[in-house]
Ligand binder design. Structure first.
Ligand SMILES: [Fe+2]
Length: 280
């Protein structure tokens, strides 16, 4: 499935592998005045390249190195002859992609190797200048792109939803919270999300996520300080592990978020004393 929607100068692409006509997992990527932000999954490469050939793509920028965002970089570079830019932390992985879990190959396909260039501090999209904002969190190389005149924020996989409670292995709660705070400080109007597409009330949504996660961290902290076991905390604060943990071959689960919160209790404690949350 590949769907295309126009929002003024912004084109939103929505791509997914389907089973019996139903999308498994949707990925959005965006086009603005010659600039392509992410490239969609490799499993939809033929439809995607055919759609992009109808546009004057001049540059490609990547929010982070996951295969549902970088899956068509190699093909686009070859077929359209345009440069690809990503955070310096993504370049090695994009040039030498690691073997990924089977569920990721099924949902999105592999990301073929590609040589990308390091992102500058800002990127042009015609007469628009988009600031590159490093967030980390979801992956160490994650960046968002912010257009300050219209307050558009392209967030890759930073938002995904307000009440998401799960991490991939290696995600870091402190990076997530500081990244969200940075995004909230920009006061965006519209959010362009890798999972949910174009969303209004961008600042309120990001603050809602920040508050939800902070409350979850506080519950974990209280239970941990009361001497409760990890198993108890998982059940009490998270409602237990989710099925996707097993489907993802232990690659994604609530336990990784719990681990990261417990590993960073000192940080959470010091931030809570400053009471940054309720100032939002
Ligand atoms: Fe991702």
């Amino acid at each position: 499935m590949l769907k295309k929607k126009n929002y003024g100068e912004i084109i939103e692409f929505k791509a997914a592998r389907t089973i019996l006509g139903q999308p498994i997992y949707v990925t959005h990527f965006f086009y603005l005045n010659g600039l392509l932000i992410d490239t969609g999954p490799d499993c939809k490469s033929m439809e995607i390249i055919s759609a992009l050939k109808k546009l004057p793509v001049e540059n490609v920028v990547i929010t982070h190195q996951h295969e549902d965002h970088t899956g068509n970089c190699s093909l686009i570079k070859k077929e359209l002859g345009v440069p690809i830019y990503a955070h310096p932390g993504a370049l090695d992985i994009m040039a030498n992609p690691p073997d990924i879990e089977i569920y990721r190959k099924v949902m999105w396909g592999n990301a073929p190797p590609v040589e990308a260039k390091p992102l500058p501090a800002a990127v042009q999209a015609g007469h628009y200048t988009l600031d590159v904002i490093h967030t980390g969190g979801h992956s160490g190389d994650h960046v968002c792109f912010f257009e300050p005149q219209n307050r558009w924020l392209f967030t890759g996989d930073i938002y995904l939803g307000e009440s998401l409670t799960g991490f991939m292995i290696g995600e870091n709660i402190v990076e997530h919270l500081t990244g969200l705070k940075k995004m909230i400080g920009l006061k965006p109007n519209l959010l362009f999300c890798g999972l949910k597409g174009r969303l209004e009330n961008a600042t309120q949504r990001l603050a809602g996520k920040y508050n939800y996660w902070w409350d979850l961290c506080s519950r974990v902290k209280d239970l941990y300080n009361a001497g409760k076991s990890r198993q108890h905390i998982m059940s009490e604060a998270f409602g237990g592990e989710i099925f996707f943990y097993y489907f993802s071959q232990s690659n994604w689960g609530r336990r990784y978020m719990l681990d990261s919160i417990i590993e960073n209790l000192d940080y959470l404690d010091s931030e809570q004393k400053k009471n940054p949350l309720r100032d939002m």
